[in-house]
Design a protein around this ligand. Structure first.
Ligand code: ASP
Length: 709
C-alpha cells in the first residue's frame, strides 16, 4: 500500500448507503473473517463500529488477496477501496453499515496479533448467526487482558456512555454556577468510616500522607474560602473489607454549596439525576418521594428502601395483645413486636412445604430471626400450621389489616427485639421479591431518605457518627455527655436511594466552631486529639464560615445502574478485582528493601510494641512464626521449658561475657540446654524421618524462611 495518509481516514461505523461509489481509507482491527473460496470477507472494526470489507481477485491485486488470506482476528490493518451496496439478501441488520461493503483495492497490515485469550468479536458476519460468548471466560482473565476486553464493542459503549454521563453532569453543574476544583490527593486523613490508604513520604521519613476517602474537609474549606459552589469528579480511596460492587478507589461527583438548605440540594440533585439517567434513555419519575429514616426502617426494614414493589411492613403487634398463642404472648410480654407482609396472589408459588421447610426453618433463621409464621388465604379462610391457635377475632383483624384476598400469603415475624423483626423481614421482603420475580424490569424508583440518626451506639457504650462528624444535628441544645439524648438526635443528612441502592448522600454541615467542638466532645475526642486531627479545619471556623452543605454521588454505581450492567467493574476502565487486586499490573506488589529503606520504613515503629501485643504474643507462637515451623499443642510445654533453659544459658553467657576465653570450636559436643544429658543424634535424623515434613530439604538440612538469614 502506498504511504497511508491518515487525514483521509473515515470511520467504519459511519459509512452509509449515501457513501456508495466513494473511495475510502479505513483503519481498525479484524473483528471476524470468512473465506468464501477466493472471496474473503472481513468485519473491520474501529471505535465507531463495524463495516464489511471484501477482498476479491476481480478488484484487488493477487498480492493484496494473498496478504488478506493471512489476516487473523485482531490484526490491526488499513484498507482502501470503494463503497458498494451489498447484494440483496446479503444485508446484515445487526450492524449499522449492514447495507453496504467496501471492495478493497489496497491493504496494509499495521500490526499482527497473537491468538486471543478470549473472543472479542460480538457481531456475527451473517445476520442472525450466533456470535462468540464470554460465558466461560473468568473475569480475572478479562481484567488481565483489559486492553483486549476494552476492544469489545459493549465495553467500548460502556466507557463512552460513562463519558457522556460525566459530560452531562459537568455541563449541568456549570450551568448552575458550580466551579470544578481539584483538591489534593496527598493529604491528611478524612473521616468517612473506612481505613486510609497511606503514602509514605521520602522527604519526611516516617511520616505519611493519606489518600482522600473523600474531599470532605477541602470542599468545606472551599466554602469557607468563599467559592460558594464547588464540584469535582473526585477519585476517592477507602480501604474497606471487600464487598460486592465496591472498589478500593472510586469516583464521586462531589458537590458543596454555601447559603443553601436541604430544598436546594433536593431540587438540584433531582435535576442532575434526571438528566444523567436520560443519557441512558431512562426517565426518572419526579418529584422524588421522601421518606424519613424511621419510616424506611419501619416499612421496609432498610435505610435503602427498594420501592419498585410493594410488600411494605404492617405492624400487627396490637392485634395480639390478648392472644392465647403462647409464642406471641411470650414475645409480647418481653416488649416485643409482630410485623408482617402480604405476598399478594402468590400462594400458588409458595407451597406449605416451601413456607415451612425452606423459609421458616432455614431462610428466615439465617436472617437473624428465630422463625416466622405464615398463613395462606384460601376460600375466605386463613390456613396454616398455627392458625388454629389464633382466635376468630385475631384472624378477622389480620385479614382486615392486610386487606387479604384469596391467593395471598401472610408472613409474620415476631421477636422481642424490634430491630431483629425489621431486619429479618426486610431481608425476607427482598428474598421473596427476587425469587418470585416481583421486581419489574426497567423500573426506576428514586427516593430521598432523610432524618437519619446523628449518632449510632458503639459497643463501648459511647457514640459514633452515622455519617461523618461535620453533619449538622437537627437541634443544638443537647448535652454531649448524655448518650441517650445523643442517640435520639436526628441529623440534617439525606441519601439518594434508587432501587434499593444508595447512589449518594450528604448533609447540611456544621458551620460554628462551638457546635463542632460539642460534636467532637460527644464522640469522646479530647480537645488535644481534636486539635491534632482537625485543628487546621476548626481554625477556619473562626473566620466567618458560611452556612453550607452538599452531597456526593457515587458515579461508578450510578453509571452501572443507568447502563444496567451486572457489576460496577463493567463501567470502569481498569477496575480492581473482587480481592482488590489488579490482575493486569499485578498490583499490589512487593517492593525492594532499598525502596523501603529510602522511605524510612525499615525500622519504622522502632522496637515499640503495639498496645496489647505483649499479652497477645506468646514467645512460643512468636518463635513458631519466625521459624515458620508449626508447634503442636502437645509440644508447647516442652518448648516453654527449652526456652527457659535457653534464656538461662543466655544470661550466663551475658554475665560471663568478657571473663571467659571466647569459644572457637564446638567440639566436644555438649548439651548446653539440658545439663547432664548427653548429646546424641536422633535416630530419626538417620532415617530421614526427621525432615519428612520440612517444607524444603537440602542434604541433611532444611531451608528456613529468609527472615532468619
Ligand atoms: N463526603 C461524603 C461522602 O463521601 C459526602 C458528603 O457528605 O458530601 O459520603
Amino acid at each position: 500500500m502506498s504511504p497511508i495518509d491518515y487525514s483521509r481516514r473515515v470511520f467504519c461505523g459511519q459509512l452509509t448507503s449515501a457513501d456508495t461509489g466513494r473511495e475510502v481509507l479505513l483503519a481498525g482491527w479484524v473483528d471476524a473473517f470468512r473465506d468464501h473460496g477466493g472471496l474473503l470477507f472481513i468485519h473491520l472494526r474501529d471505535r465507531s463500529g463495524i463495516v464489511q470489507v471484501v477482498f476479491s481477485p476481480e478488484i484487488g491485486s493477487t498480492a493484496v488477496c494473498q496478504q488478506a488470506a493471512s489476516l487473523r482476528a485482531e490484526y490491526c490493518i488499513a484498507v482502501s477501496g470503494e463503497v458498494k451496496p451489498r447484494l440483496p439478501g446479503t444485508e446484515n441488520d445487526h450492524i449499522s453499515t449492514g447495507t453496504i461493503e467496501v471492495m478493497v483495492k489496497e491493504l496494509a497490515v499495521l500490526s499482527e496479533s497473537d491468538a486471543l485469550p478470549f473472543p472479542i468479536s460480538e457481531k456475527a458476519m451473517v445476520a442472525g448467526a450466533p456470535s462468540a460468548s464470554l460465558d466461560h471466560v473468568t473475569e480475572d482473565l478479562r481484567l488481565q487482558h483489559r486492553y483486549l476486553d476494552l476492544r469489545r464493542p459493549s465495553m467500548r459503549d460502556h466507557l463512552i456512555a460513562r463519558h457522556r454521563i460525566f459530560q452531562c453532569a459537568r455541563q449541568f453543574l456549570d450551568s448552575r454556577g458550580f466551579v470544578e476544583i481539584e483538591t489534593p490527593m496527598l493529604t491528611m486523613s478524612t473521616p468517612e468510616g473506612a481505613r486510609d490508604y497511606l503514602v509514605p513520604s521520602r522527604v519526611h521519613p516516617g511520616k505519611f500522607y493519606a489518600l482522600p476517602q473523600s474531599p470532605q474537609l477541602f470542599k468545606q474549606l472551599l466554602m469557607i474560602g468563599g467559592m460558594e459552589r464547588y464540584f469535582q469528579l473526585a477519585r476517592c480511596f477507602r480501604d474497606e473489607d471487600l464487598r460486592p460492587n465496591r472498589q478500593p478507589e472510586f469516583t464521586q461527583i462531589d458537590i458543596e454549596a454555601s447559603f443553601i438548605d436541604e430544598e436546594f440540594i433536593y431540587e438540584m440533585i433531582e435535576e442532575l439525576a434526571v438528566r444523567m439517567f436520560a443519557v441512558g434513555g431512562i426517565e426518572l419519575p419526579r418529584p422524588f418521594p421522601r421518606m424519613t429514616y424511621a419510616e424506611a426502617m419501619d416499612t421496609t426494614g432498610s435505610d435503602r428502601p427498594d420501592l419498585r414493589f410493594g410488600m411494605r411492613f404492617v405492624d400487627v403487634t396490637d392485634l395480639f395483645s390478648q392472644t392465647q398463642y403462647s409464642i406471641f404472648r411470650q414475645i409480647l410480654q418481653r416488649g416485643g413486636r409482630i410485623k408482617g407482609i402480604n405476598v399478594q396472589g402468590q400462594s400458588d408459588r409458595l407451597s406449605k412445604n416451601v413456607l415451612q421447610n425452606e423459609y421458616a426453618k432455614e431462610i428466615v433463621p439465617s436472617f437473624g430471626a428465630k422463625g416466622m409464621t405464615w398463613m395462606r388465604a384460601e376460600k375466605g379462610q386463613l390456613a396454616s400450621n398455627v392458625v388454629q391457635f389464633f382466635s376468630r377475632g385475631e384472624q378477622e383483624a389480620l385479614r382486615a389489616r392486610f386487606g387479604v384476598a384469596d391467593g395471598d400469603v401472610l408472613i409474620l415475624i415476631a421477636d422481642p427485639s424490634h430491630a431483629v423483626v425489621t431486619s429479618a423481614l426486610g431481608q425476607l421482603r427482598l428474598h421473596l421479591a427476587n425469587r418470585l420475580g416481583l421486581i419489574p424490569a426497567g423500573r426506576f424508583c428514586p427516593v430521598w431518605v432523610t432524618e437519619f440518626p446523628l449518632f449510632e451506639a458503639t459497643e463501648e457504650g459511647g457514640v459514633t457518627s452515622s455519617h461523618h462528624p461535620f453533619t449538622a444535628p437537627d437541634r443544638t441544645d443537647f448535652d454531649p455527655r448524655n448518650v441517650e439524648e445523643l442517640l435520639a438526635l436526628r441529623s440534617r443528612a439525606y441519601d439518594l436511594v434508587v432501587n434499593g441502592e444508595e447512589l449518594g448522600g450528604g448533609s447540611i454541615r456544621i458551620n460554628r466552631r462551638d457546635l463542632q467542638r460539642k460534636i467532637f466532645d460527644a464522640l469522646g475526642l479530647s480537645e488535644e486529639e481534636t486539635m491534632n486531627r482537625f485543628g487546621f479545619f476548626l481554625r477556619a471556623f473562626d473566620f466567618g464560615a458560611p452556612p453550607h452543605g452538599g452531597l456526593a454521588l457515587g458515579m461508578d454505581r450510578t453509571v452501572s445502574m443507568i447502563l444496567q450492567t451486572p457489576s460496577i467493574r463493567e463501567v470502569i476502565a481498569f477496575p480492581k478485582n473482587r480481592s482488590a487486586g489488579c490482575p493486569l499490573t499485578g498490583a499490589p506488589s512487593t517492593v525492594k528493601r532499598e525502596q523501603l529503606a529510602e522511605l524510612g520504613l525499615l525500622n519504622l515503629g522502632g522496637t515499640d510494641k503495639l498496645a496489647g501485643a505483649d499479652t497477645a504474643e506468646n514467645r512460643v507462637d512468636h518463635l513458631s512464626w519466625v521459624s515458620r515451623i508449626g508447634i503442636a499443642a502437645g509440644e508447647r510445654a516442652m518448648m516453654e521449658e527449652v526456652l527457659d533453659q535457653a534464656e538461662a544459658l543466655a544470661s550466663i553467657a551475658t554475665e560471663n561475657a568478657g571473663k571467659e576465653e571466647p569459644i572457637w570450636g564446638v567440639v566436644p559436643v555438649a548439651n548446653r540446654t539440658r545439663p547432664g544429658t548427653r548429646a546424641q543424634r536422633s535416630p530419626l535424623a538417620e532415617t530421614g524421618q526427621l525432615l519428612k515434613s520440612a517444607p524444603a530439604v537440602k542434604g541433611s538440612y532444611f531451608k528456613v524462611a529468609s527472615i532468619l538469614e
